[in-house]
Design a protein around this ligand. Structure first.
Ligand code: E4P
Length: 217
């Protein structure tokens, strides 16, 4: 399963790139606003940090303007992936862009039928939001299971990009279901390395090593 960082914070992205665990980045208008950076400038910088797809979202709501915005965004770098909302206009834009070989991430997906439409529109990625479903008392992971079944039934190439990931259990379940990608805040990705028994075991090893009085370097 590929790991994308859901952030526009440069330092966090650099730190994850250094681990070798990062396969791409997703941004959205809220994350750009949070970063306080210029959209074009920060997107270009992120694209230079990873060779993986970097999702940059259009903000127009109509197909014609979405296409014009995509035209500007895809000139930023070869690894820009145009993010469009799961609306009829977004799907039309998706079809047009993927037909020309541009990567498209169809975002704000909350139902399996919406995901079916994204696949039929040729999306490179579909982003079902699990955390926002959970916030509303619906099990978001059930949506991922349903989409996996549908995509496997018809051998769609669209990759399931689990979004709105809030904790380690979302990541684990995504991997068990067979999602293609998950995007999460950097803290969630780094947190996957944590285990209390790892900390405890390491502490004991260090104590015992000190008793030997030896050094490796
Ligand atoms: C996905 O691409 C979105 O940027 C993101 O995962 C949304 O997550 P949130 O629900 O935590 O805002």
């Amino acid at each position: 399963m590929k790991f994308f960082a859901d952030t526009a914070e440069i330092d966090d992205i650099k730190e994850l790139v250094a681990t070798g665990l990062l396969d791409g980045v997703t941004t959205n208008p809220s994350l750009i606003a949070k970063s306080g950076r210029d959209f074009m400038e920060v997107t270009k910088e992120i694209c230079g940090l990873t060779s993986g797809p970097v999702s940059a979202e259009v903000v127009a709501l109509d197909h014609a303007t979405m296409l014009k915005e995509a035209e500007v965004l895809r000139k930023i770098a070869d690894n820009v992936c145009i993010k469009v909302p799961l609306t009829i206009d977004g799907l039309k834009t998706c079809k047009a862009l993927t037909g020309e070989g541009t990567m498209v991430n169809v975002t704000l997906c909350f139902s399996a039928n919406q995901a079916l439409l994204a696949a039929k529109a040729g999306a490179t990625f579909v982003s079902p939001f699990v955390g926002r479903h959970d916030d509303n008392g619906v099990n978001g992971m059930e949506l991922i299971r349903d989409i996996r079944t549908i995509y496997d039934n018809y051998l769609f190439d669209t990759e399931i990009l689990v979004a709105s990931v809030r904790h380690a259990t979302h990541v684990l379940e995504s991997a068990l279901i067979g999602a293609d990608v998950m995007t999460a805040p950097p803290a969630v990705i780094k947190g996957l390395a944590n285990h209390v028994l790892t900390d405890k075991g390491l502490e004991q090893f260090m104590k015992d090593w000190a008793k030997t009085g030896q050094k490796i370097l």
